[in-house]
Design a protein around this ligand. Sequence first.
Ligand code: ADQ
Length: 467
Amino acid sequence: MAPRNRLIIVANRLPVNRVKRKGRMVWETSPGGLVSALKPLVTEAGGSWVGWSGSPGKAPPAFEHENIQVRPVSVTAEQVEKFYAGFSNATLWPLYHDCVRTPQFHRRWWWPYVDVNRQFAEATAAETKPGDTVWVHDYQLQLVPAMLREMVPDVKIGFFLHIPFPPLELFAQLPWRREILAGLMGADLVGFQTPQGAKNFAAACKRYSDARGGDTKLEHRGRTVVVKPFPISIDIEHMEETATSESVQARAVELRKDLASSRHGERKILLGVDRLDYTKGIEIRLRAYEELLRRGTHTVDDCVLVQVAVPSRESVGEYAELRAFVERLTGRINGEYGEAGRAAVHYLRRNLNFEELVAFYRAADVMLVTPLRDGMNLVAKEYVIAKTDDDRGGTLVLSEFAGAANELGAGSLLVNPHDVDGLAATMDVSLTLPEAEVDRRMGLLQRAVRKNDVFGWAGSFLEALRS
Ligand code: ADQ
C-alpha cells in the first residue's frame, strides 16, 4: 500500500537529464544540492517528481528512476520560446531582480505562461491523491498552486520562490499582478529566501487582492495562507568530503602554482563563479577590478582575478549582449594591465565539474560574490564550507543585495555591487587584511553557514506545510 502523505515535487526541470552513455540514451540524476535534498524525501514518502525534461515536444510517459516516480510534462518548442525564454526569463526574471534590466510585458507571452502552468497542474493532478503533499518550485510555475487546488481537493500545497519577491512598487508594473498573486495564494504555505521577500509578497497580496492579515498569515477567500522565509543552504557534508579529498587538495595546489606564482612571491587569487547572468554583477565587478589596477596600489605581480562563468539562457538577447560585453572587458583589462606570462584576468566560460569547482574555491584568497540582486546565492555558502581549517584562509566579498547577506553579513566584507569605486576599495581591503582578521571572519562565516544545510531547509519547509 502506498504510504500516506505522499510527496509530489513540481519544478520546471526534472531531477534527471537525458544523456548518451556507451551509445545509449539514458536518464541520469542531475547534479546540485536541491535535487540531492529533495529526492530522498520523495523516495521516503513514496511520491513523484513532475517537471520538464529540457527537450521540447511530446514528453515520454512517466517512469521510475532510482526509486522515484518521474512524470515528464510536454512543452512545445513555441511554448519554450514564449513561456520560458519570454515570460519567465525576460518578464519575471528582470522584474523580480529589481528591474536591473527592463522587463518586457507581452500578452503573446502571458497566455503560453498560463497554458504551460495548466499543463503542469494537470500532470500534477494526475499524480496526486487526497491527503498528499505537493511542493511547487519557483517563478516559472506561480499559477500552479491555485490551478491544482481546483483540480484536487484535500491536498497540502506548498510553494517556494528561489528568487527575490520584488517590492510592491516594482511588482505593481506587472499587468498580470492579480493573476500571479491569486495563483500563489492557492498554496497553504508560500516560502521565500528572505524575510523581506515574504514581507513584499504579503504587502502585494493585501494591495492587489482581497487578502487580509499580517506579514506572516493571510486570510484569502475563506482559507489561510502562511507566508514565511526559509533561507536555502547547501549539502554541507558533501562539500566537506569533496573539499578534503586528496584529489581536490592536490588540484588546488596545482591551481595555485599555475595562477599565483609571480616574480615577487605569491599573487593573491580573487575568484568569481557565476552563471553568466546580468543579475550577478559580473560587468561591474570587472570594472572595479580594472579600477583597482588603474589606481596602481595593486598590480598583476600581487593579484590575479579568475572569473568562471557558466553559459546560461543564450537564446535570450540580453544574455548574448552580456557575454560580448564581458569578453570585451576582460580583453581590455588584460591588454592594459597584463604582462607577458601574467594575465590580469583569467576568464573561463564553462561549467566546471564539482571537484574542479571546489579546487578553485580552495585555491582562492578572495571570493567575489557581487550580484545586483540574488535570491540567496549558494556560491557564497559553498566557498565558506570549502575552506576547511587545514586550508589557507579566505575572504568573502559579498553584495548587500544577495539573500545570503542576511546570514553572512557579519563575517564577509559587504559591498554595494553598483558602486565601482566602493567595490575597488573593498577589493583592496580584502587583499590586505591581516591573517588573524581573515581567520576571525572565516570563523564567523563558517558558524553562520553551518546552522542549516539543504536537508534542514527542506525538512523545515515540509514540517511547516504539514503542521
Ligand atoms: P542561481 O541563480 O543559479 O540559482 P546560485 O545560488 O549561485 O544561483 O547557484 C548556482 C549554482 O551553480 C551553485 O551551486 C554553483 O556552484 C553552480 N555554478 C555556478 N557557476 C558554475 C560554474 N562555472 N561551474 C560549475 N558550477 C557552477 C537560483 C537563485 C539563487 C538561489 C538558488 C537556490 O537565483 O539566488 O540561491 O536558485 O535557491
